[in-house]
Design a protein around this ligand. Structure first.
Ligand code: SIN
Length: 273
């Protein structure tokens, strides 16, 4: 039986996986080990994975159906692949603020698998990941009770409008918008996680505007604490696979005008409850 090695980045979140070649179909045992490591560590990392886009998609499909972004144009030949790129012509980069991928979707993605092929020559371009289990667990009982049962509105026109997509090319003819519980229960682990993010979450239902703003601002500041985080330094052919149901992430852009390039495959998920 093949054994992979899992090296935690810290006790809270993150694990580097060794001893697996993702270009080949996984054995059921290895798939199970990776799946369990992903659920436990919330984000897992692999090095030296030289994959074609077909192999990248095939790796993702061993965990879930692949998600097609509702608003952002895909790779021209692979509708399930997003190109993640910044270079000397970029005015911004994808994911520069804390967010959960596509939380504006009615069924937001369960996971994302990002592989970088080119990293900035002078360093930089790390991705930060934060555990929303830890952010929830660190709240007092009072706050946990207050948030339970609340619903938040997640919108995307303000995030994705800048990509220049024509309205008729949007998946459902409009920018995605959804309402989700402020605290969700992870469908596989049963743990509770904070599920609001400063990228997409615009208000809490049933509150006055200033109450909603103050609550969200508190939660956005609370979840940014370094104690809930790990930070990943990329090399060419590194892969990060994160669980959007319990993790937020942020892409740093400290390398302008250098180039950072890669591809993201995203896994379909359930409606948060
Ligand atoms: C993303 O939000 O998927 C991009 C993350 C990154 O480029 O590090």
């Amino acid at each position: 039986m093949s054994e992979i090695a899992i090296r935690p980045l810290n006790p809270v979140i993150g694990g580097e996986i060794e001893g697996v070649d993702l270009s080949r179909p996984l054995t059921p045992e290895t798939q199970k080990q990776i799946h369990e490591a992903w659920l436990d560590r919330q984000v897992i990392f692999f090095r030296d994975q030289d994959l074609t886009l077909e192999q990248h998609k095939a790796f993702g499909r061993q965990f879930a159906e692949l998600h097609v972004h509702p608003n952002v144009p895909s790779h021209p030949e692979h509708r399930e692949v997003l190109v993640i790129r910044a270079d000397e012509n970029s005015k911004g980069v994808a994911g520069q603020g804390w967010h959960t991928d596509v939380s504006c979707d009615r069924n937001p993605p369960s996971g994302s698998i990002l592989r970088l092929t080119e990293v900035p020559a002078s360093g930089g371009g790390d991705t930060l990941f934060a555990s929303m289990y830890s952010a929830y667990d660190a709240l007092s009982d009072h706050w946990q009770r207050f948030l339970s049962g609340l619903t938040a509105v997640h919108e995307s026109a303000h995030v994705h409008g800048g990509y220049g997509v024509k309205k008729e090319d949007l998946r459902d003819g409009d920018y995605a918008r959804a309402e989700h519980p402020v605290v969700r229960t992870h469908p596989e682990t049963g743990r509770k996680a904070l599920y609001v993010n400063s990228g997409f979450t615009v208000r809490i239902r049933g509150m006055k505007r200033n109450e909603s703003r103050a609550t969200l601002d508190f939660l956005f500041r609370h979840m940014e604490q370094p104690d809930f985080q790990c930070r990943f330094t990329w090399r060419p052919n590194s892969i990060a696979m994160w669980d959007n149901r319990c993790v937020q992430h942020l892409a740093t852009w400290d390398y302008f005008p250098e180039t950072r390039h890669g591809y993201r495959v995203t896994l379909c998920g359930d409606k948060p409850v």
